[in-house]
Design a protein around this ligand. Structure first.
Ligand SMILES: [Zn+2]
Length: 367
């Protein structure tokens, strides 16, 4: 009962905080992201004196929960019964990469599951338990899963945190330009977190995961290396397959219109032009577009002659359908951009998601 009360207080405190944890990254924050150094905006997540007692009470109250502890009183494990390492991944795509490297040495808890939107996610008490009990927490960074900072602090976790976009050169949003604007927006726009849409970046992320797991669990290092090598081989084949598929689409038809700026890295790597997005933002948290914004998007689709536009699994499809109708374009198959599909639904792994998206895009645009 006291656990429930504390968790409720935790959620209540979290819910009452100002939305500062989702503040856009500083314009100067280009380059590698340091996972453990909290951005200045996050300091406002510190509880105010009036909420402090409830939050402080969280850790001691949670500690006795037996089902979530690492069972230290169990007999010393034999080689055939090694306890699994508890890992957390912030969202489904990342969770799949972590599972591929960790294999059966770990249990991976994914916080934002298939079909769910990480940008707008609100953590629940069960997520605090998973983070508290994790040995390593894997996060995307670049403003995608910024809520994790508050969750981590509130949970009392001592897990090592690994930001998998570290070492990747981040692009900025703002691939599309309003009519009459200059074509160059160098240095403007928010950091784009959707790095996994370039398969080379997924390969980099796998290397980061491999090294973090080997550092935490030295006896498993050879296993992680073998798993990562196998999976990286699969990802290299995937990257080559995407390039070969895209080559079958005539260049002028390599155009993309979707809900939000989720495919910037995909477009850069595989040679597409992003003609426009319903939300002119790298986050689905952006305000709904105005009527004039939509009219401008419709004009742009017509002037470029975009034949097909795409809805995303993490966004409302109604506006896309309306834009398509007004622009005389078709709505293509649903793309899985920021989350995997549910198990058994086809795009339920990273590789399957990329194959589904590329197949859908290429088939629709080839005409
Ligand atoms: Zn997104």
């Amino acid at each position: 009962m006291s656990l429930l009360v504390s968790l409720t207080l935790f959620v209540a405190c979290g819910a009452s905080l100002p939305p500062a944890t989702v503040a856009p990254p500083s314009p100067t924050a280009v380059g590698p992201i340091v996972p453990t150094a909290p951005a200045p905006a996050l300091t406002v997540a510190t509880p105010t004196p009036s909420t402090l007692p409830a939050t402080v009470a969280l850790a001691p109250t949670l500690t006795p929960v037996p089902t979530h502890t690492a069972a230290p009183t169990k007999p010393v494990p034999t080689s055939t019964a090694v306890p699994k390492i508890p890992l957390v991944a912030s969202f489904s795509v990342l969770g799949d990469l972590v599972r591929n490297v960790a294999g059966d040495r770990a249990d991976v808890v994914v916080i934002v599951g298939p079909g769910q939107d990480t940008h707008t996610f609100e953590p629940a008490p069960s997520h605090a338990l998973a983070v508290r009990d994790a040995a390593v927490v894997f996060e995307n960074g670049a403003g995608f899963d910024g809520w994790l900072q508050r969750l981590y602090v509130a949970s009392g976790s001592r897990a090592r945190r690994v930001t998998v976009t570290e070492g990747i050169t981040l692009q900025r949003g703002g691939h599309t330009h309003a009519e009459g604007e200059a074509e160059s927006h160098e240095g403007e726009g928010e950091l784009d977190p959707h790095v996994w849409q370039d398969v080379r970046h997924a390969i980099h992320m796998v290397g980061t995961i491999r090294d973090a797991l080997a550092a935490h669990d030295a006896p498993g290092a050879a296993v992680y290396r073998a798993n990562a090598d196998r999976y990286i081989g699969e990802l290299r084949e995937l990257d080559a397959w995407v390039i070969a598929q895209v080559a079958t689409v005539p260049e002028p038809r390599r155009t993309l219109v979707m809900n939000h700026e989720s495919l910037g890295y995909f477009a850069s790597r595989y040679g597409f032009a992003i003609v426009g997005t319903v939300l002119p933002s790298v986050s689905t948290e952006a305000a709904e577009p105005s009527a004039s914004d939509l009219a401008r998007l419709v004009r742009r689709i017509r002037s470029v002659g975009v034949p097909v536009i795409f809805a995303e699994n993490v966004a409302n499809t109604r506006v896309i359908e309306r834009v398509a109708r007004e622009a005389g374009a078709r709505v293509g198959p649903l793309l899985y951009t920021d989350a995997l599909a549910r198990a058994g639904a086809g795009a339920d792994t990273y590789v399957a998601m990329m194959r589904h998206n590329v197949g859908a895009i290429v088939t629709a645009l080839r005409g």
